[in-house]
Every structure is written in structure tokens, then in C-alpha cells.
Design a binder for this molecule. Structure first.
Ligand SMILES: [Zn+2]
Length: 207
């Protein structure tokens, strides 16, 4: 497995391009801008893009979903619970200064605990509600956790907007993420990468 991190858009959402280095099959997580840069990587690495995964559907994480869906004819995959967030995408776009590219439609709903396989890449969907009702973290090959806006380095996702719940996010992190091994790398929706062990020890919201 190989991947790139591309901070994109006004809120510097981390868009990830993850792919199998041999078969070249890959996917995007939370495409939020920098489409030219992303397309260059896809071309240079000869990536065969299969789908888009959304950790959740706040505008900064889905603003380029429709663009990539159209360009590569691929499905958008997210939790059904995020449909309530997508209902007011246009307001979110206007309020936060994003270009509105039309409604985002989830083509395939994730289930908690399901595994999506792409060659030797195994993506486990771990439902971690709290930041939003259908926030999901993706554990790839038991070693790499794409945590969306649930867990960040030294902090956690905000819960004061659009259906967030502070009790839920703490419970999700403690019961579903902190049960992972210390050496699992964490790649959040914004900011730098960290590890489960580091957050277990130092994250002020978890100690
Ligand atoms: Zn968010």
C-alpha cells in the first residue's frame, strides 16, 4: 500500500490517495480540492481509481466528490447517517466560502465493521459517530487509521456543529479507536499524522 496526503481547500482538509503499488488500484478519501495536483499523481503513478470514501460529509470533505465521481465514473461511499449533513450542503458551502457543485449523492452505504477489499488492501469501516452522526474511521491493513475529523494529533473533532455529540465522540474514540494497538498510525482529516499510542498517552481529551 502506498498513499499521498494532499492538504486541500480553504480548511486544508487532508485528501488521501491510497493505492496498491502493484495492481495500481486505488481510492480517494475526502477529496476537498487540489484537483490538478491529485490528477497529476493519479497519472504519474498510473492509478486505477475505484471509488471515493468519505469519513463524513461536511462540505470541506466532500467539495470535490462530484468532480472526481464524474471524471473517473466512480462511486461515492459513506455512511447513510451522513445524508442529514448533505441536506444542507448548499448552506454550508455558502456560509464557509466553498464552491457549490450540486448535491452530493452517496452511491453506496457503508456498514459498521464491513471490509472493503482492493487487492491486498483491506479497509475496515469503523463507525465513530460524534463529530457528525455518520462519521467513520477507516483502518487499512490493521496498521493505518484514516480518522477523519474524529481523532487528531493532541485533540479531537469539534461537536458543536451539525448533529455533533461530545459524549458520542469520546465514547467512539475510547471504545473503537483506543482499542487498537499503539503502533497504528493515525492520519486525520486535518493536520499532522500521529499514532494511537501517542494519543493514548498525551491527548488531553482522552486522559
Ligand atoms: Zn467535519
Amino acid at each position: 500500500m502506498k498513499f499521498y496526503t494532499i492538504p486541500a481547500g480553504p480548511f486544508e482538509v487532508n485528501t488521501y490517495i491510497v493505492f496498491n503499488d502493484e495492481t495500481k488500484e486505488g481510492f480517494l478519501i475526502d477529496p476537498g480540492g487540489e484537483e490538478k495536483k491529485i490528477e497529476k499523481i493519479i497519472r504519474d503513478e498510473n492509478i486505477d481509481l475505484k471509488f471515493i470514501l468519505n469519513t463524513h460529509c461536511h462540505i470541506d470533505h466532500v467539495s470535490m466528490d462530484n468532480y472526481f465521481k464524474g471524471k473517473y465514473s466512480i462511486d461515492i461511499i459513506a455512511a447513510k447517517e451522513e445524508e442529514q449533513i448533505l441536506k444542507n450542503l448548499e448552506e454550508q458551502a455558502e456560509y464557509l466560502g466553498f464552491e457549490y457543485t450540486g448535491d452530493v449523492v452517496i452511491d453506496r452505504y457503508l456498514k459498521d465493521g464491513e471490509v472493503i477489499e482492493l487487492g491486498d488492501i483491506k479497509i475496515l469501516s469503523v463507525f465513530t459517530p460524534g463529530h457528525s452522526p455518520g462519521s467513520v474511521s477507516f483502518l487499512v491493513n490493521d496498521k493505518h487509521l484514516f480518522s477523519g475529523d474524529t481523532l487528531f494529533r493532541n485533540t479531537i473533532g469539534r461537536t458543536d456543529i451539525l448533529g455533533g455529540s461530545s459524549e458520542q465522540i469520546i465514547s467512539s474514540i475510547k471504545n473503537k479507536l483506543m482499542t487498537l494497538k499503539d503502533d497504528v498510525k493515525v492520519y486525520p482529516g486535518h493536520g499532522e499524522a500521529t499514532t494511537v499510542g501517542y494519543e493514548r498517552k498525551f491527548n488531553p481529551y482522552l486522559i
